[in-house]
Design a binder for this molecule. Structure first.
Ligand SMILES: C[S@@+](CC[C@H](N)C(=O)[O-])C[C@H]1O[C@@H](n2cnc3c(N)ncnc32)[C@H](O)[C@@H]1O
Length: 245
């Protein structure tokens, strides 16, 4: 029988999303809640004229809800063709909403073309195969790095990357807090009972020393236990000679 680990692994497969959206169409479905749940902290980060890119939009109504709030330059991508076709049809009446079938690891936009890049649950779907959040696999690290490198590239100077996720700061911040992306990291929490996090990465700002240290920890090898020598177990051990003062 398929266990939760195997069934979660499907979220990393493009073919899974493709067949899911073929069945579901564009009927709105939201991971980690709809806009109302985090509207205040999100709007605090958005300038009225912001050019926004939404990564892995799925059939979430987030792009449309932002459009209705007055943000009229929103590009949404997903690597599922079925998803993008349905969304294009559903929101054909909204001229400021643009849709593209695209892989978040290889964006085709020019450098610096967005003020804000937004993702909700997309990076989480790339991490589902991980079994130990303290020791992230090389595969997952590389996958996230490919996306984050692209996000940093398409953001203008002082632009913001906003990531909405259930991943807690000590696990997720390590991925974001890499100097190579050229941004700072902060977060707010939302939700009652179960908590979600809204991370804001701002380009052109320095990482704090504690975030830098957290970022470095992503690349540290898990420490293996040091073998213990019990000196008293050996009659021939002259333990005084081994002490280095
Ligand atoms: C968990 S769903 C989140 C959907 C939506 N953002 C929401 O908040 O409800 C993850 C979405 O990311 C898309 N996705 C996963 N990996 C992707 C990639 N490399 N490039 C583009 N889209 C991707 C999937 O097709 C799926 O629509």
């Amino acid at each position: 029988m398929e266990g939760p680990r195997e069934s979660n692994a499907r979220y990393r497969e493009r073919s899974y999303w493709e067949s899911r959206y073929r069945q579901e169409g564009a009927a709105p479905a939201e991971w980690f809640g709809g806009l109302e749940a985090f509207r205040a902290p999100l709007q605090a980060e958005l300038e009225p004229e912001a050019r926004v890119l939404v990564l892995g939009c799925g059939n979430s109504a987030l792009s449309y809800d932002l459009f209705r709030l007055g943000y009229t330059d929103i590009t949404s991508i997903d690597y599922s063709a079925a998803c993008i076709t349905s969304m294009q049809e559903r929101y054909a009446h909204c001229p400021g909403l643009h849709w593209a079938i695209m892989d978040a690891r290889a964006l085709t936009f020019l450098d610096g073309s967005f003020d804000v890049v937004l993702e909700k649950g997309t990076l989480d779907s790339m991490m589902v195969g991980e079994t130990d959040p303290w020791h992230v696999s090389r595969e997952a690290r590389v996958l996230l790095d490919q996306v984050l490198t692209e996000v940093s590239r398409v953001l203008r100077p002082e632009g913001k990357f906003i990531s909405i996720t259930f991943a807690q700061p000590h696990f997720r911040k390590r991925h974001y807090a890499q100097p190579v992306y050229g941004w700072s990291v902060r977060h707010v929490t939302y939700g009652s009972g179960f908590h979600y996090f809204l991370y804001v990465m701002r380009k052109g700002e320095e990482l704090s020393p504690s975030d830098l240290a957290l970022g470095r920890s992503l690349y540290l090898r898990p420490s293996s236990p040091t073998p213990v020598r019990y000196l008293q177990d050996s009659d021939s051990e002259n333990y005084l000679c081994t002490i280095e003062l």
